[in-house]
Design a protein around this ligand. Structure first.
Ligand code: GLN
Length: 532
C-alpha cells in the first residue's frame, strides 16, 4: 500500500520547500523505496503554460507532455525518475474537471460544493498518483503557505486523507523560517509557533518541522519549538543555509529525517546508499576551473526563467570539474549595442527557448557572432529556429528569411506553423508537447554525442523548420542531423565547418541530471573548455 508524505510551508514562501521535498524523496529512494512526487499549485490557471516566465519562471515539460511548475525540474533532477500528468495539480485543473463533470451530469441531483466535490477531486489526485506510479511512497508538496485562501481546499483534502489513512500511512513535514534578529542577536521561534497553530486550526498536525535558519539551532530553541509545536525534539530538522544545494539531502540524512518517516510508517529502514550523491557534493565543492558562457534571452533579469538550462550547463561543468559562469545577455541590448563588446571573451553562446518577436534580431546577431567567430553555439528550440534563420539570411542569401511567428505574412517563411497547428484556436496545452522520437544521422556531431541511432526528447513549440528550404541550406553546408521519422520534421541541425555548432528543436535541458549531464550540454561545455 502506498504511503504519503506531505510537505507544507509556513511563515514565508521561498524557503526551499521543493528542495526539501526532493531531498526527502532522494533519501527514501536511496534506501531502496520506490518514490514518486507531486506538486499542488493553488492558482487558477490549468497549467503554467500560458503564464509569463516573469510571473512563474520556467515551464518544465514532462515526458508525457505536461507543462508544469519548475519545481518538478528539481524533483526529476534529484530523484532521477520521470514524472507525469499526475505530478502537477493546480486549482485550475481541479475546478475545470469538477465543472466538466457537473455539465456531463455526473452529480445529478446534488449541489456541487467546495466540500466534498472539490476536496474529493483533490483526494483522488493524490490517490491516483499512488496507484498509477505504484510507488511505495508519494511525496506531495503543497505550493504557497499555510493560511493562503487559495490553498484551503487542498489542506481540507489532506486532513481527510490523514483521517482516512492514519499516521502509519501519512506523514506531514512543515517547513518554516527561524529568523535571526539583528540587534538582539537572537533566533526567533514565534513565527514557527504561529504557523503551526494555523496548521492545527485546519486540523493538520506536523510530524516534523524543517526549520530554515541562518545559524545552527541550539537545544533551548529545539526544546521550545518541540514544546509549543507538539513535535518531538528529534523531529525538528535544521535547514541551515548552504552554498551547494546538493549538500541539503546529506544534511537531512545526518538528522535522520528518512529514518523518522520510515519508523512512523513501520517500514524497514534498509541500508542507505548515498555514494553517488556524496561524490557529486565533493565534485561541486572542489571545482578546479571556470568557463564563461553567454545566455542570450529576453527574460534574463529573472534567472528562474531558464532554470533547467542553467542547471544543465552546470551539470556538464561538473563532469569536467569546471564551474560554468553565465553571462546574462539581454537580446534586446544586442539590437542596439555593440555585439563584439557585449559578447567579448565568452567561450560559448546559448540561445534558449522563447516566444514572440521581442529580442529576435538580437538573438540572430548573437548566433551570427558565434558562427563567424567559431565560438561554440548551442541552440535550444527557438535557438534552433534562430540558427536556421541566421544561416539562411547570411550564408544562403535568403535575406527575408524569418518565422511566421514574427511575421505572419513572411515572404520567406523558413520557420512556419505545422499543418495541424493552423486549425488551433486555443493557446493552452496545444503546442507540440512532450516526447517525440528523433533519428540521428550517422557520423554527425549529434550521433557522435549521443552515441545512439535514435533518441526521445521533450518538446514545447508550435513552429517548425519548413522543409521547402532544406535543399538550399544543405547545399551551403548546414546538416540536418536529427529527423522525426513519422512527420519528417527537423529536430536537430548542425554546422560542421565550425568547432561546435548544434541546435535542437526539442529541449534537452529537461533530461539533464547532476550526475549524468545531457550529451548536447556535455559536448558544448567540452568545446568551450577547449577554448579556455
Ligand atoms: N516560439 C517558438 C515556437 O513556438 C519556439 C518555442 C520554444 O522555444 N519553446 O515554435
Amino acid at each position: 500500500m502506498t504511503k504519503y508524505v506531505f510537505v507544507t510551508g509556513g511563515v514565508v514562501s521561498g524557503l526551499g520547500k521543493g528542495i526539501t521535498a526532493s531531498s526527502i524523496a532522494l533519501l527514501l529512494k536511496s534506501r531502496g523505496y520506490k518514490v514518486f512526487m507531486q506538486k499542488f499549485d493553488p492558482y487558477m490557471n490549468v497549467d503554467p503554460g500560458t503564464m509569463s516566465p516573469f510571473q512563474h519562471g520556467e515551464v518544465f515539460v514532462t515526458a508525457d507532455g505536461c507543462e508544469t511548475d519548475l519545481d518538478l525540474g528539481h524533483y526529476e533532477r534529484f530523484i532521477d525518475e520521470e514524472l507525469n500528468y499526475t505530478s502537477n495539480i493546480t486549482n485550475g485543473k481541479i475546478y475545470s474537471s469538477v465543472i466538466e463533470k457537473e455539465r456531463r451530469g455526473d452529480y445529478l441531483g446534488a449541489t456541487v460544493q467546495m466540500v466534498p466535490h472539490i476536496t474529493n477531486e483533490i483526494k483522488n489526485k493524490v490517490y491516483e498518483a499512488g496507484v498509477t506510479s505504484k510507488a511505495d511512497i508519494v511525496i506531495t508538496e503543497i505550493g504557497g503557505t499555510i493560511g493562503d485562501i487559495e490553498s484551503q481546499t487542498f489542506l481540507e483534502a489532506l486532513r481527510q486523507i490523514a483521517y482516512e489513512q492514519g499516521s502509519k500511512n501519512t506523514f506531514f513535514v512543515h517547513t518554516t523560517l527561524i529568523p535571526w534578529i539583528y540587534g538582539s542577536g537572537e533566533l526567533k521561534t514565534k513565527p514557527t509557533q504561529k504557523s503551526v497553530i494555523e496548521m492545527r486550526s485546519v486540523g493538520l498536525h506536523p510530524h516534523a518541522l524543517v526549520c530554515r535558519t541562518p545559524l545552527s539551532l541550539d537545544d533551548s530553541i529545539k526544546n521550545k519549538l518541540s514544546m509549543f509545536c507538539n513535535v518531538p525534539k528529534e523531529n525538528i530538522i535544521e535547514a541551515i543555509d548552504v552554498k551547494n544545494i546538493y549538500q541539503i539531502p546529506l544534511n537531512y540524512a545526518e538528522q535522520k529525517i528518512d529514518e523518522i518517516i520510515l519508523k512512523q510508517f513501520e517500514l524497514d529502514l534498509r541500508k542507505i546508499d548515498l555514494k553517488e550523491w556524496q561524490q557529486l557534493v565533493d565534485t561541486v565543492d572542489h571545482l578546479e576551473r571556470e568557463v564563461e558562457v553567454a545566455l542570450v534571452g529576453k527574460y534574463t533579469e529573472l534567472h528562474d526563467a531558464y532554470l533547467s538550462v542553467t542547471e544543465s550547463l552546470k551539470h556538464a561543468g561538473f563532469k569536467y570539474k569546471a564551474k560554468v559562469n553565465i553571462r546574462w545577455v539581454d537580446a534586446e541590448n544586442l539590437e542596439t549595442g555593440d555585439v563584439n563588446n557585449i559578447l567579448k571573451g565568452v567561450k560559448g553562446i546559448v540561445v534558449p527557448g522563447g516566444f514572440g518577436t521581442r529580442g529576435i534580431e538580437g538573438k540572430i546577431k548573437a548566433c551570427e557572432y558565434a558562427r563567424t567567430n567559431k565560438i561554440p553555439y548551442l541552440g535550444l528550440c527557438l535557438g534552433m529556429q534562430i540558427a536556421v534563420i541566421e544561416f539562411a539570411r547570411h550564408v544562403c542569401g535568403l535575406e527575408n528569411a524569418t518565422s511566421t511567428e514574427f511575421d505572419e505574412v513572411a515572404k520567406t517563411p523558413i520557420i512556419d506553423l505545422m499543418a495541424e497547428q493552423k486549425q488551433i484556436n486555443h493557446m493552452g496545452g496545444t503546442l507540440r508537447l512532450g516526447n517525440y522520437a528523433c533519428t540521428l544521422k550517422k557520423k554527425s556531431l549529434a550521433h557522435n554525442l549521443y552515441k545512439q541511432d535514435s533518441i526521445l526528447e521533450r518538446h514545447r513549440h508550435r513552429y517548425e523548420f519548413n522543409n521547402a528550404y532544406k535543399e538550399i541550406l544543405e547545399e551551403k553546408g548546414l546538416v540536418f542531423s536529427g529527423i522525426n521519422g513519422e512527420s519528417n520534421l527537423v529536430e536537430i541541425i548542425e554546422y560542421p565547418d565550425h568547432p561546435f555548432f548544434i541546435a535542437s528543436q526539442f529541449h534537452p535541458e529537461f533530461k539533464s541530471r547532476p550526475t549524468r549531464p545531457h550529451p548536447l550540454f556535455d559536448g558544448f561545455i567540452e568545446a568551450t573548455l577547449k577554448r579556455s
